[in-house]
Design a protein around this ligand. Structure first.
Ligand code: SF4
Length: 64
């Protein structure tokens, strides 16, 4: 499973980070710092919860 993030559309409310700070790091200004990642084994549910927490819907879950 992968996560893709439309970084340009992030509004910086940190909802993803509040759920999973290790998966969704923020930059110094509080915006998402990355454009995506391969979800580590066992962290699929956490990654999905973080994605669903984004009110802007900029985090996309890509199933294998
Ligand atoms: S929840 Fe969405 S809008 Fe908020 S910081 Fe994370 S990616 Fe950005």
């Amino acid at each position: 499973m992968k996560i893709r993030i439309d970084k340009e559309r992030c509004v910086g409310n940190a909802r993803c980070w509040a759920i999973a700070p290790d998966l969704y790091p923020l930059d110094d200004e509080g915006y998402i710092a990355i454009e995506g990642f391969d979800v580590p084994d066992g962290q699929e549910e956490l990654a999905k919860r973080g994605a669903r927490a984004c009110p802007e819907r900029v985090i996309e879950i890509v199933e294998d």
